[in-house]
Design a protein around this ligand. Structure first.
Ligand SMILES: CC(=O)SCCNC(=O)CCNC(=O)[C@H](O)C(C)(C)COP(=O)(O)OP(=O)(O)OC[C@H]1O[C@@H](n2cnc3c(N)ncnc32)[C@H](O)[C@@H]1OP(=O)(O)O
Ligand SMILES: CC(C)C(=O)C(=O)O
Length: 555
């Protein structure tokens, strides 16, 4: 037997659910969100938050729009107790927000919990005990009936303590901890025992929370378990059915989504999924998943920079650059075909039309992302990406043939350099290749014959004093090319010519791109100038100079 031996493990028991309904449903609205950042998230930190950090994260959660926030386990630690007291004493709880606290089903802890909550306008008290076979047998040393007894006692302790403090509006929550590893019929029995103790009504509902304390199976199995409970619970209309998925198999978000199909009304989780082991269900991802389907997530997530800053400061944990929706790189395409598709789609996306851009499930600007970050160029990139960056940052709209040609230059450079090339580097490369004067021949001035402008007389410095080059043709470019052809006795033909203004306004600099055929060989010329005609004539000269240089290098 080797150390890495799968035979040590057993599959989690399958559930027979021939009548399952959840696969036929779709989610149409946001669930009730409950943040457990300040409790489950906090208990998973190497260094739990002090009161100041809890205050900071609390304010963020309120600002984002959470209405139910588990603020701690006040019977377990003094900072948690102090934080609850601070919230109440400083009137920090908005009227539409309810704080929630966790406690074990143990009398002394329940007493201390209600002491911490004294004076709260409203509160959810969340009691739990573990129910799975391994916990029953190995941790509690109790049989099924014995563990039901713990749950019932816990429920009773809450009811009695609440009755002694009628000034607060109480909501009770019960979690059969380790639910996913508990026999479903038994989990139902435990929950029924708790409900019998609390006797919730439609007006005074309670919360039954089904935790995937450890995620032991795929999300569809969790959905079956949730539907099993949801469809069999008595007083279902008086119960808010909540789920609390963890992420041990990486399926925390999927489990929450399928649980909503299966009947859950509420989801407990954390920002960025921070929590025990591999974490909790990530509420940001869940909310953004809804948002991207056109469903109001009921949370305002429009300022990711603040969310990331507060979370990383309070938890000490970084946000992965590829974290769904919020990671630094998630709207950035490096690969050529993606960049090409994004550039084309963005160019065709009307502001008032539904979003329809390949590779971008939402408009990155919704989350404050600049389009500049959408495309970054490295050795995997193609012409589309390069063209996008030059247009976005420098206003250069390269013709297709020039995109193809310049992409090869960029490819060589990025292979040499390794990693991504900054926009400034791309522009420097472009200048070096196309805009730097590449030969002795320079345009000094020109004169056009009006009105047809089909005759041009150009004053040229070819390194041997000023010369006058004359040519004729249909339009200025053709006339100038004719002048050049006469001068050099070469066959010249304009394959393509394009120009555009670089900035708006009358003082705009123009850029001209010309693809010339010199003795049958295509060569590109690019030039900028305040005057469009000057730019175009200079572009032709650039092409000729570049052709001469290429011939000299080849010789
Ligand atoms: C899945 C979750 O995230 S659950 C939440 C986990 N969070 C925490 O535990 C918060 C931090 N906890 C603590 O600081 C401590 O555990 C305290 C203060 C709550 C309790 O402290 P202690 O009583 O000293 O210690 P400890 O937790 O080891 O006690 C476990 C005892 O409680 C019992 N117990 C554990 N959970 C529960 C429960 N939910 N309900 C009733 N009894 C429980 C255990 O069986 C054990 O009993 P035993 O002493 O008879 O063997
Ligand atoms: C207390 C419960 C809800 C919990 O945190 C868990 O089971 O993960």
């Amino acid at each position: 037997m080797t150390r890495f031996d799968h035979r040590r493990y057993r599959p989690s028991p399958a559930m027979a659910m021939p009548d399952r309904q959840w696969p036929n449903r779709i989610v149409e609205q946001a669930p009730r969100w409950a943040s457990v950042d300040l409790r489950d998230g906090n208990q998973a930190l190497l260094e739990p938050m002090d009161v100041a950090h809890k205050q900071r994260l609390w304010r963020l959660l309120v600002k984002l729009g959470f209405k139910e926030i588990e603020v701690g386990f006040p019977a377990a630690s003094q900072p948690d107790y102090d934080f609850v007291r601070w919230l109440i004493a400083h009137d920090e709880i908005p009227e539409d927000v309810t704080i929630q606290v966790l406690v074990q089903a143990r009398e002394a802890l329940v007493e201390r919990t209600f002491e911490a909550l004294a004076g709260a306008p409203r509160a959810i008290v969340h009691v739990y005990n573990s129910t799975s076979p391994v916990q029953r047998e190995r941790v509690f040393g109790r049989d099924r009936a014995g563990v039901i007894e713990i749950a019932r006692d816990g429920a009773r302790l809450l009811r009695e303590a609440a009755a002694r403090h009628p000034e607060t509006r109480w909501t009770f929550e019960y979690s059969p901890e380790s639910f996913t590893a508990t026999e479903p019929d038994y989990a139902l029995e435990v929950c029924e025992a708790v409900l019998a103790e609390w006797a919730p009504t439609v007006d005074r509902p309670c919360i039954i929370n089904l935790p995937a304390t450890v995620e032991v199976a795929s999300p569809n199995v969790f959905a079956d378990q949730v539907e099993y409970i949801s469809t069999r619970l008595s007083r279902r209309e008086a119960v808010v059915l909540s789920v609390h998925p963890h992420n041990d198999r990486g399926g925390g978000v999927a489990a929450a989504e399928l649980a909503l199909l299966a009947g859950a009304d509420r989801v407990e989780g954390t920002l960025f999924g921070n929590g025990e082991r591999t974490g909790n269900a990530d509420l940001l991802t869940l909310a953004m998943n809804l948002y991207s389907q056109g469903i109001d997530p009921q949370l305002d997530l429009s300022d990711p920079a603040e969310i990331v800053a507060v979370c990383t400061e309070c938890t000490g944990l970084p946000v992965h650059p590829r974290h769904p929706w919020f990671g630094e790189l998630v709207y950035t395409a490096f690969s050529g075909s993606h960049q090409d598709a994004i550039r084309k789609c963005l160019a065709r996306q009307r502001p008032d039309a539904p979003w329809d851009v390949a590779y971008l499930p939402i408009d990155p600007q919704d989350l404050g992302r600049d389009y500049r970050a959408v495309i970054r160029v490295n050795s995997q990139s193609g012409k589309g990406g390069v063209a996008f960056v030059l247009e976005q940052d420098y206003g250069l709209r390269l013709p297709r043939w020039l995109q193809v040609e310049f992409a090869q230059v960029v490819q060589r450079e990025s292979e040499r350099h390794g990693g991504a090339l900054a926009a400034a580097t791309l522009y420097a490369l472009f200048r070096e290749h196309y805009l730097r004067e590449q030969g002795p021949t320079r345009l000094i001035g020109y004169q056009l014959d009006h009105p047809g402008q089909d005759r041009v007389e150009a004053r040229i410095d070819a390194g041997e004093g000023e010369q006058r080059w004359c040519g004729e043709g249909e339009g200025t470019i053709a006339a100038f090319v004719d002048a050049c052809a006469r001068r050099f006795d070469r066959s010249l033909r304009v394959r393509d010519y394009q120009e555009h203004a670089l900035d708006g306004g009358t003082e705009a600099e123009a850029v001209a791109y010309v693809q010339l055929e010199v003795d049958g060989v295509p060569v590109s010329g690019v030039a900028t100038d305040r005057d469009t005609v000057t730019a175009s004539l200079r572009a032709v000269l650039q092409a000729l100079n570049r052709a001469a240089l290429a011939r000299a290098e080849a010789a």
